[in-house]
Ligand binder design. Structure first.
Ligand code: ZN
Ligand code: ZN
Length: 250
C-alpha cells in the first residue's frame, strides 16, 4: 500500500502547485493515504519572521483547503491534515497551544535548526561533534512530548562528524525511536535533490537496532508524488530488509 505523510504546499513559499494537483497526482499513482504536512507557522519572539514556512495568517486557509479536499475526494483517497513542525525547547509549549487551535490530525517532527531559529544554527553541514549531540538530544526531547507521529529526515544533520560520534549518536536516536515505537523517515527529497541525506548508513543502523522506517516523499511539487520517488527510497535501502511501515494509525 502506498502512503505518504510528508507533503508541502505553496504556502511554505518554497513549494509549487495547487493543493488539488497534489491530490490528483497521488490518486493517479494509486496512493491510499496522502498526508499534507506543510511547514507550520511558528511563533517567535520579537520581530523575527520565518520565510520558509507558512505565515500565521495562512494557516486557516490551509486547514480549510485540505479539509475541503478530504471531503471532496473521500471515495478516492484518504487525505490527512497535518504539519511538519520543529521542536524548539523553550518555545514548544506556546507553539503547541497555537497549533492545537487548528486541530491538526497529526504532526511530524522535522528539525532544521538546533536551539531555535532566530538565534540557533541551521542544520546543514556542521562539523562540531557537539552539534550532532545537541541535535539528537532535541529530537529525543521532541519525540518525548508525544506530539509527533514520526521523525522526518533523521539524518538531516549531516555526516561531517567523527565516525565514532556518528555511530554512537545515531544509535542512541534510533534506539530511542525503537523503544518508543516512532518510525524514522527515508526522506526522498534528500535523495532526489542530491542532498547529504538520506544515507544508507543510518538505515543499516536502523536495521540492526530494529527501528521502524517510513518513506516520506517530502513533496514540494505535485510531480514529486511519483513512482520514481518510492523507487528512489526503496533503492537506497534495498537488501536491508527493513521494518517499513506504510500506513500509520491516525
Ligand atoms: Zn523538513
Ligand atoms: Zn518537509
Amino acid at each position: 500500500m502506498l502512503c505518504n505523510y510528508h507533503t508541502h504546499t505553496k504556502r511554505c513559499h518554497h513549494a509549487t502547485g495547487t493543493d488539488r494537483e497534489y491530490v490528483e497526482s497521488a490518486i493517479k499513482l494509486g496512493i491510499k493515504v496522502l498526508g499534507f504536512s506543510d511547514h507550520a507557522p511558528y511563533i517567535f519572539d520579537g520581530n523575527y519572521y520565518s520565510h520558509y514556512r507558512m505565515f500565521i495568517d495562512e494557516i486557516g486557509e490551509y486547514k480549510n483547503s485540505v479539509l475541503a479536499l478530504k471531503r471532496e475526494y473521500k471515495n478516492d483517497i484518504d487525505i490527512k491534515y497535518g504539519f511538519e513542525l520543529e521542536y524548539y525547547p523553550d518555545k514548544h509549549q506556546r507553539e503547541m497551544e497555537f497549533i492545537k487551535k487548528y486541530e491538526p490530525e497529526y504532526l511530524i517532527l522535522g528539525q532544521h535548526f538546533v536551539g531555535s531559529e532566530p538565534q540557533g544554527s541551521y542544520i546543514a553541514r556542521q562539523s562540531d561533534d557537539s552539534f550532532l549531540i545537541n541535535y539528537v538530544n532535541e529530537c529525543i526531547e521532541g519525540l518525548k512530548t508525544g506530539d509527533f507521529i514520526y521523525l522526518a529526515h533523521p539524518d538531516i544533520v549531516g555526516y561531517d562528524f567523527s565516525e565514532k560520534v556518528v555511530d554512537r549518536e545515531y544509535s542512541r536516536l534510533l534506539q530511542f525511536a525503537k523503544d518508543n515505537d516512532f518510525p524514522v523517515e527515508v526522506n526522498v527529497l534528500g535523495i532526489s535533490g542530491n542532498r547529504w541525506y538520506s544515507k544508507r548508513k543510518i538505515f543499516t543502523l536502523a536495521k540492526q537496532i530494529g527501528t521502524k522506517v517510513i518513506i516520506g516523499i517530502d513533496a514540494h511539487s505535485p510531480q514529486a508524488i511519483s513512482q520514481h520517488s518510492f523507487d528512489l527510497a526503496n533503492e537506497l535501502v534495498s537488501g536491508l530488509n527493513l521494518n517499513i511501515i506504510e500506513k500509520l494509525d491516525i
